[in-house]
Design a protein around this ligand. Structure first.
Ligand code: ADP
Ligand code: MG
Length: 239
């Protein structure tokens, strides 16, 4: 397990548009932190910076108190589940799951065991020989989650992982993600724009808008003591 700290992280894209403006945030060891905010507020950008897939314009990302600036993604103990799953279409489910382990030269035996255990955990044992195109949306989601957790990362980043599923399946998967978290306690940053998802999944919630973290707190705190009208409106507090 690991802590994550964002220290004054700023991101400007070409043209000087400032998407993130001195974002500071602490995520505790084993915590499930939900990052919510309206579409386009920079949630995906922030996750990509933590994963090392994009660079901050200014500021620092720390894992266990140490800066990871300049550390390539592969060497960060971070795995990410993307909104569109980004499965490798030409590979079987088994090879999708094994990919990150191969990349890190995990010995064959251990690799096979990890793939099997992960498939079992997510209930996709029967799908190992299929290609992604032969899977339903919910099955793809499970494979994407499996691919992220198979190498037992200390930090798990999830970018709207349930947004492509129908309402019923979202409820089921929410409960499963919660169960997985309780079993493994992987430090998790979970992005959503769905307020119900945030309230049911988060140990704490961080609300991002206008490039800044508006408020961080437990679901209870945000609901009962929102710091401003934006948070109240977004969380759905009675006003
Ligand atoms: P969210 O995930 O909260 O919907 P994003 O992080 O995807 O938001 O995007 C935040 C803002 O940054 C958007 O206005 C988006 O258009 C812009 N943006 C994202 N990636 C790039 C990029 N590579 N180049 C320029 N602008 C970008
Ligand atoms: Mg996004």
């Amino acid at each position: 397990m690991a802590t994550v700290d964002l220290n004054q992280v700023t991101k400007e894209f070409a043209g000087g548009v400032r998407v993130l403006d001195r974002v500071s945030l602490h995520v505790d060891e084993g915590e499930f932190l939900v990052l919510v905010g309206p579409s386009g507020c920079g949630k995906s950008t922030l996750l990509r910076i933590i994963a090392g897939l994009d660079d901050a314009t200014a500021g620092t990302v720390l894992v266990d108190g140490e800066s990871v600036d300049g550390v390539p993604p592969k060497e960060r103990d971070v795995a990410m589940v993307f909104q569109n799953y980004a499965l490798y279409p030409h590979m079987s489910v088994r090879d999708n799951l094994a990919f990150s382990l191969r990349l890190r030269h995990v010995p064959t035996r251990l690799r096979e065991r990890r793939v099997r255990d992960t498939a079992e955990l997510l209930g996709i044992e029967e799908l190992l020989d299929r290609k992604p195109k032969a899977l339903s949306g919910g099955q793809r989601q499970r494979v994407a989650t499996g691919r992220a957790i198979v190498r037992q990362p200390r930090i798990l980043l999830m970018d709207e992982p349930l947004s492509n599923l129908d309402a019923q399946l979202r409820v089921t998967m929410r409960a499963e993600l919660r169960r997985l978290h309780l079993e493994h306690r992987t430090t998790t940053i979970y992005v959503t724009h769905d307020q119900v998802e945030a309230m049911t999944l988060g140990d704490r919630i961080a609300v991002l808008a206008d490039g800044r973290v508006q408020q961080v707190g437990t679901p209870h705190e945000l609901y009962h003591r929102p710091v401003n009208a934006f948070v109240a409106g977004f969380i759905g507090s009675p006003s």
